[in-house]
Design a binder for this molecule. Structure first.
Ligand SMILES: N[C@@H](CCC(=O)N[C@@H](CS)C(=O)NCC(=O)O)C(=O)O
Length: 205
């Protein structure tokens, strides 16, 4: 069995989308980070970086306890042979865009949530810095998506990683109309039932 420790945030939802796409059975354990449940000794024993998501794969002997959403996506993709190509060129491209998400289109957007959504008016420099950098990152994604349906070739873990962040475009003060290729891709993924289900975790369970 698989246990997913998660909360209704983009990093958690990347993994629930992947689990839904793979049609796997999994238990959801809610970790309410608004109430510091990621700080309990039980959760810290799983990830002393005190962040969701964590996946526990009890089908492995010994069981695998894995944090870091990108690592979890790669682990599941390799284990099930899906959503990460084996061809060296295609695989490298998916990895590049997964890392673009893990290093930029996530951490920067997350800082934007602090300065633009939750604490506006506390630092003009920080607000401008993150507003501009977020807009630049949406532009990079838009350019990448021009003329193609998915971020890196076929539908892959790079799309699954990017989507839950893009779903917070209003928090980023972004009008998707300014990024037509991102908008078309976003609508395409929103039409996938596995994506919709993954986005509801953990509140569905
Ligand atoms: N690099 C990590 C980041 C995970 C992360 O930032 N998780 C946030 C929620 S999206 C969290 O658990 N925050 C709680 C805390 O920082 O105490 C990943 O991709 O899994």
């Amino acid at each position: 069995m698989l246990d997913l420790y998660t909360w209704g945030t983009p990093n958690g939802r990347k993994v629930s989308i992947m689990l839904e796409e793979l049609a796997l059975e999994y238990n959801v354990i809610s970790i309410n980070i608004g109430q510091d449940e990621q700080m309990t000794p039980e959760f810290l024993a799983l990830n002393h970086n005190h962040k969701i998501p964590v996946l526990v794969d009890k089908n492995q002997d010994p069981e695998i306890v894995l944090a870091e959403s990108g690592a979890i996506l790669i682990y599941l993709a390799e284990k099930h042979g899906k959503f990460l190509p084996t061809d060296v060129h295609k695989r490298a491209e998916v990895m590049q865009w997964l890392m673009f998400q893990m290093g930029g289109f996530g951490p920067i957007l997350g800082q934007g949530h602090h300065f633009l959504k939750y604490n506006p008016g506390h630092g003009e420099y920080a607000e401008n810095r993150f507003r501009n950098e977020i807009r630049r990152l949406y532009g990079v994604l838009n350019q990448q998506l021009e003329g193609q349906h998915y971020v890196a070739g076929d539908y892959s873990i790079a799309d699954m990683a990017m989507y839950p962040w893009a779903a917070r475009y209003e928090w980023h003060q972004i009008d998707l109309g300014d990024f037509p290729a991102v908008k078309a891709w976003f609508d395409r993924l929103s039409d996938r039932s596995a994506v919709s289900r993954g986005m509801e975790v953990p509140f569905l369970n």
